[in-house]
Design a protein around this ligand. Structure first.
Ligand SMILES: [Zn+2]
Length: 123
């Protein structure tokens, strides 16, 4: 078993993680901060790892960065959650982004279901 210091050393020195990547991963519990997907559950999940700017075109400070899976990051796109958030606190911004992402994911799922119903007869 590695110590935390050894683990961080491997991430940074052998796997080229930045300090910010380490901090973002640990803060998020290595899960997408929007949908909760465990980004370490498998290689496929790990490959979905992205970092989102909570407020797009905002600053690159760690408070404005969120660990996100590719799908959540894609459906959120350039949406600014500060327009619907209760406050500009990070938790409120994340919750507002989650709501936006949930709505869009449900819309995409509805398109998928309709597509599947149409395509299934073509298989
Ligand atoms: Zn996600």
């Amino acid at each position: 078993m590695l110590t935390q210091t050894e683990a961080i050393s491997i991430l940074k020195n052998e796997l080229s993680w930045s300090d910010v990547q380490v901090q973002i991963g640990r803060r998020a519990g290595f899960r997408c901060e929007y949908c909760g997907k465990d980004l370490l559950a498998s290689y496929e999940n790990y490959d979905l790892w992205q970092v989102d700017h909570i407020i797009p075109n905002g600053n690159n400070g760690i408070e404005n960065l969120a660990l996100s899976c590719k799908l959540c990051n894609f459906v959120k796109r350039g949406t600014d959650p500060s327009k619907t958030a209760k406050s500009n606190q990070r938790d409120d911004l994340i919750n507002a982004a989650k709501e936006i992402i949930n709505i869009r994911r449900k819309q995409k799922e509805a398109v998928y279901v309709k597509t599947l119903e149409a395509v299934i007869t073509l298989r």
